[in-house]
Design a protein around this ligand. Structure first.
Ligand code: SF4
Length: 255
């Protein structure tokens, strides 16, 4: 039988923001979404990356085991579940080594082997791109229906999820002058976000919600690849706005 192979974009041996504890982060190649805020457009292409077998990849990971003992492995991307068979085989192989595995996904592939892999993970880091369906399509090319389906499936199975949501000024958050007059006016102009965060209370499987401020650190990659970058004129959210959003989250999402 042919060994299961995957296409790897890159690795990070000491990731501190992609799940609990210090983690080995495996970034897989390929993503069908086109999030306007994506800072890794170099992961989009499906016909690229370094081809490895599960055995080779696990062997490499085990060399760093001392460093990520407090955490585990996070399989990210790109959209990792595009390579669902590889992800499932990786999770099973890492579980044999008693390693905690998180999968960071948009949930776009939410059936068959992809769903099986997402359900096998100890933790799913689920990106809710927008709390408005049409806005999500505009922002990424796809609706969030699949993400909510995956959340439902994890909820039914009682398996943990961490939600991630990128705050993009002028799209997922409002930061115009009238909105930013005060914290109160900001909340009044950001009901989509705040109501969306409140809705997450319905899912007891959600352990944590991270609001990620939009940043432009990946803009140079678009220039290098001669790809249009839609958010050149979009400002990064101010510290004050980030604080307001964090405070609103702490109040409406209760764990
Ligand atoms: S899902 Fe992730 S990798 Fe894919 S386009 Fe969106 S941000 Fe980029």
């Amino acid at each position: 039988m042919n060994p299961v192979k995957g296409f790897v974009h890159s690795i990070e041996t000491l990731g501190a923001v992609d799940g609990p504890g210090l983690r080995f982060v495996l970034f897989l190649q390929g993503c069908p979404l086109r999030c306007k805020f994506c800072h890794n457009p170099d992961t989009w292409c499906f016909d690229a990356g370094n081809e490895v077998t599960v055995e080779e990849q696990v062997k490499q990971i085990l060399r760093y085991r001392t460093y990520f003992r407090s955490g585990g492995v996070t399989i990210s991307g790109g959209e990792p579940l595009r390579q669902a068979e590889f992800v499932l085989a990786m999770i099973r192989a890492l579980h044999e080594e008693h390693i905690h595995v998180a999968v960071d996904t948009s949930g776009i592939y939410c059936e068959g082997v992809a769903l099986e892999a997402a359900m096998e993970a100890d933790l799913v880091l689920l990106d809710i791109k927008s709390f408005d369906r049409d806005q999500a399509v505009e922002l990424t090319g796809f609706s969030t229906d699949h993400a909510w389906q995956l959340l439902e499936a994890r909820q039914k199975a009682g398996k943990p999820v961490w939600i991630r949501h990128v705050m993009v000024p002028g799209i997922t958050i409002c930061v115009d002058e009238a909105a930013c007059a005060s914290e109160e006016t900001w909340r009044a102009h950001n009901t989509l976000l705040i109501d969306g965060l409140r809705k997450l209370n319905d899912y007891t499987c959600i352990e944590r919600v991270d609001l990620l401020p939009f940043h432009k650190m990946g803009e140079y990659k678009y220039e290098e690849a001669h790809l249009p970058y839609a958010l050149t004129e979009t400002p990064e959210p101010s510290e004050e706005v980030v604080e307001w959003a964090e405070r609103a989250l702490a109040e409406v999402f209760v764990r």
